[in-house]
Design a protein around this ligand. Structure first.
Ligand code: SF4
Ligand code: SF4
Length: 92
């Protein structure tokens, strides 16, 4: 296996591929998922950097959102946001 250089690695992620957190199966629904409050978000990107499964991406409006198929509901983004902009809410 070839070793990736710093410039080739995704920022803030140790994963080589998204959706590989275990034992969560990508595509299955977690009990909780993050919901963003744009009025509180300062777009610092900490949630994006800390998400262990690369489930968060920057949207066209510069704010962040989650990919439902990759999110495990771990709550790390919620805990790392200093501004209280992310709440964990039950998935329907
Ligand atoms: S960590 Fe919080 S304030 Fe920073 S971009 Fe994410 S939601 Fe916004
Ligand atoms: S809860 Fe947040 S940190 Fe955890 S996988 Fe989902 S988006 Fe990433």
């Amino acid at each position: 296996m070839s070793v990736k250089t710093f410039k080739q690695e995704k920022v803030g992620c140790n994963l080589l591929e998204a959706g590989k957190a275990q034992p969560f199966v990508p595509g299955t629904k977690p009990e909780l998922q993050p919901v963003w409050d744009k009025d509180l978000c300062v777009r610092c990107a900490l949630c994006y950097l800390y998400c262990p499964d690369a489930a968060i991406s920057r949207q066209e409006d510069e704010y962040f959102d989650v990919d439902d198929k990759l999110c495990t509901g771990c709550g790390i983004c919620h805990r790392e946001c200093w501004f209280g902009a992310i709440s964990m809410q039950e998935v329907d």
